[in-house]
Design a protein around this ligand. Structure first.
Ligand SMILES: Cc1cc2nc3c(=O)[nH]c(=O)nc-3n(C[C@H](O)[C@H](O)[C@H](O)COP(=O)(O)OP(=O)(O)OC[C@H]3O[C@@H](n4cnc5c(N)ncnc54)[C@H](O)[C@@H]3O)c2cc1C
Length: 136
């Protein structure tokens, strides 16, 4: 199996996909939030038929035959309406990220180059001169 690994800037890649979808004829409404869904309840089956949206000081409603909910972790359909989202307990953890400018690289020229460094402090700092250290 051939595995190709490449590093992309996420925002650039997202834009590339969005632009391509538009070129292929998709109507894209950017900076527009779906605030709620409306459902029809005909013949005993309830299905989403329209969405209310808001964009800065504009709002409106759009109707559709099919809905693909791609709201990611927001999970509009699953969280708010179907209430069927299950969390994997072993993945219930945290992610931290940030962006800095004007900083150097940790451990330049060593095998630890660019490695993150975490310090977990317990108790009061002045009482713990040697905090537990975790190196990523
Ligand atoms: C810091 C970080 C690093 C990650 N690194 C990796 C990685 O290296 N590799 C990897 O495979 N995965 C990674 N992931 C996970 C990956 O980003 C997600 O799994 C993936 O983006 C999920 O894609 P999605 O299309 O389901 O949702 P998303 O990419 O989250 O897209 C959901 C979209 O829906 C929009 N939306 C949400 N609610 C509404 C609403 N009410 N109305 C209108 N639009 C709405 C959001 O604005 C967003 O644009 C990372 C995630 C994070 C946070």
């Amino acid at each position: 199996m051939l595995v190709l690994m490449t590093h992309q800037t996420r925002s650039d890649f997202d834009k590339l996909l969005l632009d391509h979808a538009k070129e292929c004829g998709a109507c894209a409404y950017e900076r527009t939030r779906v605030t709620s869904l409306r459902f029809s309840d005909t013949s005993g089956t309830s299905r989403p038929v329209s969405a209310e949206w808001r964009r800065s000081d504009h709002s409106g409603e759009i109707s559709f035959d099919f809905l693909v909910d791609a709201t990611g972790r927001t999970g509009l359909m699953s969280d708010r309406y179907m209430k069927n989202r299950h969390y994997n307990e072993s993945l219930r953890n945290i992610a931290l990220w940030g962006y800095w400018t004007g900083v150097g690289t940790y451990g330049l020229g060593t095998e630890r180059e660019g490695a993150p460094w975490f310090e977990a402090l317990t108790g009061k700092c002045k009482d713990k001169p040697h905090p537990t250290r975790y190196m990523g």
